[in-house]
Design a protein around this ligand. Structure first.
Ligand SMILES: [Zn+2]
Length: 234
């Protein structure tokens, strides 16, 4: 089953680049409908612009790989449980959100709202009695990141706060250890990445880096770790 779900994840991941390219625009601007380099109308398939060969969105191998790895590991760690679809839906959206955040430092509200709108009923179907804890997890994660965002010189925005809320729903559904791990891991992950980028002169000290991918990766690792521990250590 993890292999089959990994293949579905790869397929969904492969659909991400053209969507991410259209949505990777500055705040308030409409989605792109043409190649930013030459104006050729976009088509709904991954790859380069047919006219000027500019790459349209992230490499398809990368998003397909991320889809396969997240779908495969989440299915492996959680097992064939009723709540699995909630986690896979948010994982697929997460690949898209991460790609957009890397491209233009934005986590579009409609996509995060879509994640919340899909996650709440899917979590509720799988375990209605856990929805209160899921809601508290969302408030804890969003509240924690809101405090960080309000600190002077903060390197995170309100998009990150809202994404933390969405991830907090899923982590809270799993339990408080998952919320704690999911809140801490992004910072542990981001530290070494920033250090490598600084040492290789890919970024400067004052470069604003997107936090979304670290939030998503931290939540993913937290779910896998908690899922595995509850399955195999009990
Ligand atoms: Zn072009």
């Amino acid at each position: 089953m993890p292999i089959a779900l990994a293949l579905i994840g790869a397929l969904l991941g492969a659909l991400v680049p053209p969507v991410a390219y259209r949505l990777s625009v500055p705040y308030g601007e409409p989605a792109r409908s043409a190649c930013a380099a030459c104006g050729t109308p976009l088509r709904w398939r991954p790859g380069r612009c047919p006219a000027c060969h500019a790459r349209l969105g992230p490499p398809v191998w990368l998003t397909a790989l991320l889809g396969a790895v997240t779908f495969g590991t989440l299915t492996w760690a959680l097992g064939p449980v009723p709540v699995l679809p909630a986690f896979l839906v948010v994982a697929a959206l997460g690949v898209l959100l991460g790609a957009i955040d890397v491209a233009c430092h934005r986590l579009p509200d409609p996509l995060v709202a879509l994640g919340v709108g899909l996650a709440i009923p899917l979590l509720g179907l799988a375990g209605p009695h856990l929805l209160v804890r899921a809601g508290l997890g969302a408030l804890t994660m969003a509240g924690g990141y809101l405090l960080l965002a309000l600190l002077p010189g903060a390197n995170l925005g309100f998009g990150d706060v809202k994404l933390a809320g969405l991830l907090g729903l899923l982590l809270g559904w799993l339990g408080w250890p998952a919320v704690l791990l999911g809140a801490l891991l992004p910072h542990l992950l981001n530290g070494p990445v920033v250090l490598v980028l600084l040492l290789s002169h890919r970024v400067r000290r004052d470069t604003a880096l997107p936090l979304g991918p670290a939030l998503l990766a931290g939540a993913w690792l937290a779910v896998v770790a908690i899922g595995l521990s509850s399955r195999y250590l009990r």
